[in-house]
Design a protein around this ligand. Structure first.
Ligand SMILES: Nc1ncnc2c1ncn2[C@@H]1O[C@H](COP(=O)(O)OP(=O)(O)OP(=O)(O)O)[C@@H](O)[C@H]1O
Length: 219
């Protein structure tokens, strides 16, 4: 996959020996900078996929925000932050979870100090952008995790508002279990020639037994 040694060290120290189905298919296109639509359920290693790719693509010699990951819940956004920090530990990737319900002062302090990857919920992220605390100028990758769930929780307008603040030459990765019309509209609006990856249910079963053998917690 052409991953750097320090990202590989992060992966192995996270006890991943082999890539899961989604990781096998999505990692290389994401790292190459292509837009990717992935139809995949939870528990198949999707967070790890974009966390890994983010760790590979950020330039850690700079302290600006280069990857923005939006998730539907605070828990998911915080989980993503933890995976990025764990896998990116050998590259010194700086990540921060910008989620509602946490102190704004902490967000401001972390963002001003310098962060490479922001993982957040749409409302708080938009708030930080509007306050000019979260600078979007260097963002090159936007990940929309569980996009269908974000829409069903009423985040559509906030996602479109966040998108308006991002640079035009943006790479977008959208992950969703289902593809209702609103998601298709979003892919049409935000993405250019995206690669579509579908991980089927039977692969999910293989995946679960594989994760069990690998000592993961998905089972
Ligand atoms: N390549 C891998 N090898 C071993 N374990 C893995 C691998 N990829 C992911 N896992 C483990 O599988 C579990 C699910 O992974 P991850 O959180 O990335 O997936 P997810 O699809 O986002 O699921 P969820 O929404 O349930 O967190 C985690 O415990 C993770 O550590």
């Amino acid at each position: 996959m052409g991953l750097s040694d320090d990202v590989l060290r992060g992966i192995y120290s996270h006890r991943f020996d082999n890539p899961s189905a989604i990781q096998q298919r999505a990692m290389v296109p994401i790292v190459r900078g292509q837009d990717v639509i992935a139809q995949v359920q939870s528990g198949m290693g999707k967070i790890s996929t974009f966390a890994l790719a983010s760790c590979q693509i950020v330039d850690t010699s700079r302290k600006d925000v280069q990857v923005l990951i939006l998730s539907p819940t605070r828990d998911l956004a915080s989980q993503t932050e933890r995976v990025v920090l764990a896998i990116g530990s050998y590259r010194n990737v700086l990540a921060h979870a910008c989620v509602g319900g946490k102190s704004m002062g902490e967000d401001i302090r972390k963002l001003e100090h310098g962060v490479n990857v922001v993982s957040g919920t749409p409302g708080r992220v938009l708030d930080m952008i509007k306050r000019r605390t979260l600078c979007t100028r260097a963002i090159k990758l936007l990940v929309l995790d569980e996009a269908d769930e974000m829409l069903s929780r009423g985040f559509k307008d906030q996602i479109y508002d966040v998108y308006r603040f991002l640079p035009p030459e943006l790479q977008v990765v959208l992950v969703s279990a289902t593809f209702p019309t609103e998601i298709l509209e979003m892919t049409g609006r935000f993405m250019t020639d995206p690669i579509r990856i579908v991980v089927k249910r039977d692969e999910l079963m293989l995946e679960v037994s594989y994760v069990c053998r690998a000592g993961g917690v998905a089972c």
